[in-house]
Design a protein around this ligand. Structure first.
Ligand SMILES: [Zn+2]
Ligand SMILES: [Zn+2]
Length: 375
């Protein structure tokens, strides 16, 4: 299960309602403490330590936005930066400095274009920035040049709980990327009814069976783990794209994906006007329609649009002369029939991927949870 919190949903410049781009993704393991064994539960009540999170992009003011949520810089496992434009990375030095001042000491992974390392070096040199924790910098260019199965970054959260981050090159004025976040949780459930029915009461043997070990009871009866244990595999995949004017770049990345988060800077009409007005300068963004048209035929049935031009007001009224979010929604819905959400700052979503229990698959689910602000 991945829980998304939008920290900034504006393109280019902030507005009073929207900050520039940032998205937090919490990695929930519904099997951890406090939950009944083997039961997956929405809104799992995990303690904070067990809820590591990722930050995708870090526009200016992201750390201020975080203060309105329950997310802590101590549980931040990795930061991924899609591209070097300021509305996606100007918040990074401040956020790192605050992590240092709040006495973070655990290493932090930073996956970003090489130029971000240069930016941080310059700021370290010129502003006395000192990080008392290790920054594991992974250059996107190097990950992509490997061109093998290993062109993924694996973040191991526990023996059973892993994250794989894969990277796809998009089309924008500078090299921009999408991050595919795949959470895999392996879980073994013990068939306690079967054990009890066979007169084998709860004991340390149950724990060994659940760990996959064959055991011998005090009465000398041999029990094979495979007869009493079900393997359950839960996989949730979200693709978060940076700025991009060619959604088809994501064709391969969207295979078996539960949700796509993509920019929709304006409507198609506005995009066409901007391109016609100044043919010398193409901002290389997508319209809502362009993304929705691609996703309609991609097999993905959940789409969240974000990164909206400041010209659109936050309300939704298709009859208003003032450009607003209804314009964006109608533009997307003209070509797309799947589930659609338009992100606002602090919106939270739970993404629950398909579960495979003994070969039987449950469907995925994306649920809007409301606003993180003030909770
Ligand atoms: Zn942008
Ligand atoms: Zn950009």
């Amino acid at each position: 299960m991945l829980k998304l919190t939008f920290l900034g949903t504006s393109a280019g410049v902030p507005t009073k309602q929207r900050n520039v781009t940032a998205l937090a993704i919490e990695c929930l393991n519904p099997y951890l403490s406090g939950l009944q064994q083997g039961i997956r539960q929405q809104n799992a009540n995990q303690n904070k330590k067990s809820r590591p999170w990722l930050l995708i992009d870090c526009g200016e003011g992201t750390q201020q936005q975080l203060l309105h949520t329950k997310l802590s810089l101590h549980q931040l496992a990795a930061i991924c930066i899609t591209h070097v434009h300021g509305d996606h990375c100007y918040g990074l030095p401040g956020l790192l400095a605050s992590a240092a001042m709040s006495e973070r000491r655990d290493p932090l992974t930073l996956i970003a274009p090489k130029a971000i390392a240069t930016l941080l070096e310059a700021i370290t040199l010129t502003t006395e920035l000192y990080l008392p924790f290790t920054l594991n910098f992974i250059a996107i260019e190097e990950v992509l040049s490997e061109q093998r199965d290993t062109s993924k970054v694996n973040i191991r959260l526990s023996d059973q709980h892993q994250l794989d981050i894969d990277i796809t090159l998009l089309a924008h004025r500078v090299a921009s990327h999408a991050f595919g976040i795949t959470q895999t949780i392996h879980h073994r459930t013990l068939d306690t009814d079967k054990l009890l029915a066979q007169g084998i009461p709860a004991s340390a043997l149950w724990g060994k069976l659940q760990q996959g070990h064959d055991v011998i009871t005090e009465e000398g009866q041999q029990l094979c783990a495979g007869d009493y244990v079900n393997d359950e595999l839960s996989r949730t995949r979200v693709v978060v794209a940076g700025d991009n004017d060619t959604p088809a770049c994501l064709t391969a990345a969207l295979v078996d994906t539960d949700l796509l988060v993509h920019e929709a800077t304006y409507t198609h009409e506005v995009l066409t006007k901007i391109q016609a007005k100044n043919p010398e300068f193409d901002p290389m963004h997508s319209s809502a329609q362009l993304v929705a048209d691609f996703v309609e035929n991609s097999g993905v049935n959940n789409l969240i649009l974000t990164h909206f031009s400041a010209r659109y007001q936050g309300f939704e009224n298709p009859n208003s002369k003032t450009p607003n979010m209804a314009y964006i929604r109608l533009d997307a819905e003209s070509v797309y029939k799947g589930n659609l959400w338009l992100a606002a700052d602090f919106d939270q979503y739970m993404v629950d991927g398909a579960v495979d229990v003994a070969g039987i698959k449950e469907n995925n689910r994306v649920q809007y949870l409301g606003s993180a602000r003030g909770r």
